[in-house]
Write a protein that binds this ligand. Structure first.
Ligand code: FA5
Length: 377
């Protein structure tokens, strides 16, 4: 209803109001008008225009009553207009405030309703990944060695020739370096020492012994690099786990017992083991460690007859190199070779995993094909 309909644009005299009772009637009409308008206010923007229309300083209804009715009122009517105006103001203000609170809490409730979780709805299935098979094999091996008192240390993949070769009793021009050609880093001219990608985890033997006195019992999992051409059993980046135990009284029997324990835990108790003489400049004596072929049960014959394709009929599979630590190595780390003894081994993880899980091409470990990875959840 426009304000002109309730006479707000006129003075009381213009409206013919001369008695206090008539004033009361006029104000009663305004209350009705207020209530009608009040019903239509439901949200914040409606509330704001409602508030401005009634309480606005310049042209709100209450301002108009003050300006057009109260100020020009005759002394006889002034008191009645003033009293009614005060009552109306109190009513309008309290109603407007109450509606503001109602709108606010209503908005909160509906926001809460929007956020409420319906527990009966089906959940989201988020696919979880799994560890790469190589990581799983590392874990298996680490657990076995943890159980007999070894701990894990890790070291840098970028090494100096000293740690990768010299301190392991492999001087420059030693023929063993041919088998371990690697990648060298481009360094600024004038750099004091070349840097290379380590060819094995054995440098950590030196770094560990430099840092701690015997007893030492560590394994070193990690990535290593060689300039080998990729084929089914070779990669230029692969994984090894080094083992080193040094103490005052470690014998060759401790060495063979530890290795056999590990292999039977890893492949199962029925697997047979054997040592063959070998050569590494940092172990003396050195051995290659073989297991009876787990695929043909150490017979050399495949289940359906014919030669076993895994061991090629040999009945044995070469697993890794190892040996008693060469006394010359102790000289590089200030251990007294007369007082300490120990053993070391270096296991190629990729080939071990291939053996255990029947994988015939090392390259699948690096291709990230999920059809392969999902077979090892
Ligand atoms: C070594 O690397 C010695 N550091 C091991 C060692 C440690 C001997 C401590 C004695 C004492 P070798 O070069 O044989 O040894 O390599 C160890 C294993 O790494 C191999 O048995 C094989 O499983 C794996 N390996 C070697 N070259 C590759 C390659 N290009 N790709 C994948 N695996 C490889």
């Amino acid at each position: 209803m426009p304000t002109s309909d309730i006479g707000l644009d006129k003075t009381l005299a213009d409206l013919g109001v001369t008695q206090p009772e008539q004033v009361a009637l006029r104000f009663a009409k305004i209350r009705v008008h207020f209530q009608e308008h009040f019903q239509t206010v439901h949200d914040e923007s409606e509330w704001k225009s409602f508030r401005d229309r009634w309480l606005g300083r310049k042209s709100g209804v209450l301002t108009q009553i003050t300006d057009n009715w109260l100020k020009p009122a005759t002394p006889q009517l002034k008191r009645a207009v003033g009293a009614s105006l005060n009552e109306l103001r109190a009513h309008v203000e309290s109603q407007i405030e109450a509606r503001r609170a109602a709108i606010e809490s209503g908005a909160e409730e509906s926001a809460l309703a929007r956020e409420r979780v319906d527990l009966s709805l089906p959940g989201f299935i988020r696919p979880t990944g799994s560890h790469h098979l190589i990581r799983q094999v590392f874990q298996e091996i680490e657990d076995i060695f943890f159980s007999i008192g070894f701990s894990v240390v890790e070291g840098p993949e970028i090494e100096t020739p000293y740690y990768n070769f010299e301190a392991l009793n492999i001087p420059e021009f030693h023929p063993v370096r041919d088998d371990m050609d690697t990648f060298y880093l481009e360094l600024p001219t004038g750099a004091k020492t070349p840097l290379l990608l380590r060819t094995h985890t054995s440098p950590m033997q030196i770094r560990t012994m430099e840092k701690q006195k015997p007893p030492v019992r560590v394994i070193v999992p990690g990535k290593v690099y060689r300039r080998d051409n990729p084929d089914a059993t070779h990669s230029f980046a692969f994984h090894q786990i080094e083992g080193l135990a040094v103490d005052s009284d470690i014998t060759f029997c401790d060495f063979t017992g530890t290795i056999e324990y590990f292999v039977k835990e890893f492949f199962g108790p029925s697997v047979k083991t054997r040592f063959r003489p070998s050569y590494f400049p940092f172990t003396e004596p050195s051995v290659e460690f073989d297991v009876s072929c787990p695929f043909c049960g150490g017979t050399g014959t495949a289940a359906g007859g014919g030669t076993c394709s895994k061991c090629k009929g040999a009945a044995w599979i070469e697993l890794f190199g190892a040996g008693m630590v060469d006394p010359a190595v102790y000289g590089f780390v200030n251990y007294d070779a007369k007082r300490v003894s120990g053993f070391a081994f270096g296991i190629g993880i990729d080939r071990l995993a291939m053996l255990k899980y029947g994988i015939d091409d090392i390259q699948v470990f690096f291709q990230n094909d999920v059809r392969f990875l999902r077979q090892f959840p």
